[in-house]
Ligand binder design. Structure first.
Ligand SMILES: [Zn+2]
Length: 376
């Protein structure tokens, strides 16, 4: 255990990196996937089960928690870790992304954003200073700068203005965060798909100085091709000795492509949300458990998966409980999906350490291309 926040790089293979983030609440092995615990819970999962899948860190959403149950209440109850029974590291977003997506319900100014709650229509104000205060009240280990997530597609000029506003907010976030040993503040690079803007943003963030750097404004509808184009250069603009976090990504093949391009951390609702909609991720691609082909199938989702769902339940059972809208369906499918994501991260960490990432990627793509096992 350490009393400070540290990042150490252990091995690289091409641009892919593996290392360790050390925090007073525990270590995070990178590349890391962070399950999303929007409202102080990873839906359908006990925190102990999330840990069993191999997760070292969770993501919490400032926007949701500030509205309900409020950051002040969480703080009075001992902080988010105690409140939700997760004693390992937590990263919180700044609330910016969700607030920006409210569109009609928000007003953006230099000072910050005024918006109406989607829950009860009540009026709220979010600024870099208030976002830092909320994330401190929650007790988040990794705090994100308050920024404007630039929409996509966007005109070059509008993207520039948005990025520059985010960079002014990054300085204000840094000033408001203050000196908090053991906790980290991450800056967020913006600039959409414009290389010179990404470079300007990275330089401004480096001038301020952060414990880690995120790549924002991707996974917002640009598609994998455009995202990889940006990732071909954006991570290289950020300091080599600090963690790089790609926000809101993604599908398994997005994740492998991002790690290949030098990303260390990611988060996405996909494995947990898909667990509730009957979408299952396996080494052979995506399975839709709703499909009638599973009705009489006694085989597990994946013969080689070691998760409790695959060890103890058949496709036929999972199909049945999904169609019957039983709660256990969300539990079992989410568990498998999160397990699959964490196994994927572990495999990549191993491949980078061994210097075999190219072979890993080739095998990953070949396996997926085979598609699901033949129906019974
Ligand atoms: Zn499984």
């Amino acid at each position: 255990m350490t009393s400070s926040f540290r990042f150490s790089l252990h091995a690289t293979d091409g641009k892919a990196r593996t290392g360790l983030i050390s925090t007073p609440r525990g270590d995070v092995r990178t590349p890391a996937f962070m399950p999303v615990g929007t409202a102080a819970t990873v839906k359908a999962m006990m925190p102990e089960s999330v840990r069993d899948t191999g997760a070292d860190i969770l993501l919490g959403n400032t926007y949701h928690l500030m509205l309900r149950p409020t950051a002040e209440r969480v703080n009075r109850l001992g902080g988010l870790h105690k409140f939700m029974n997760w004693d390992r590291p937590i990263l919180t977003d700044s609330g910016g992304f969700q607030v920006m997506s409210l569109n009609d319900l928000r007003k953006l100014k230099e000072e910050g954003v005024t918006f109406k709650s989607h829950i009860d229509g009540s009026k709220h104000h979010l600024t870099p200073e208030r976002s830092m205060e909320i994330q401190r009240l929650l007790g988040s280990d990794i705090v994100m700068c308050f920024d404007e997530c630039t929409p996509y597609p966007v005109e070059e000029k509008a993207s520039l203005a948005s990025m520059q506003l985010s960079m002014r907010w990054a300085q204000r976030s840094r000033d408001a965060f203050g000196d908090r040993p053991g906790y980290a503040l991450f800056g967020i690079q913006q600039g959409s798909v414009f290389r010179d803007q990404r470079a300007e943003s990275a330089q401004k963030l480096r001038d301020v100085g952060f414990e880690g750097y995120a790549i924002g404004g991707l996974a917002v509808g640009e598609g994998q091709g455009a995202m990889f184009d940006v990732l071909n250069y954006a991570p290289d603009m950020l300091p080599e000795d600090k963690p790089r976090y790609l926000m809101g990504v993604g599908k398994p093949d997005d994740i492998v492509g991002a790690v290949k391009r030098g990303v260390d951390m990611m988060d996405c609702v996909l494995p947990s949300r898909s667990g509730r909609t009957g979408q299952v991720f396996t080494r052979r691609g995506v399975i839709n458990i709703k499909n009638a082909r599973h009705l009489d199938d006694p085989r597990p989702l994946d013969e080689d998966c070691t998760c409790p769902t695959c060890r103890k339940y058949s496709r036929a059972y999972l199909h049945h409980v999904f169609r019957s809208q039983e709660i256990i369906s969300s539990m079992l499918l989410t568990w498998h999906n999160l397990h699959y994501y964490q196994e994927l991260m572990a495999a990549m960490r191993g491949a980078i350490s061994a210097g075999t990432f190219a072979q890993f990627e080739a095998d990953f793509l070949t396996m997926r291309a085979q598609g699901d096992i033949e129906p019974i």
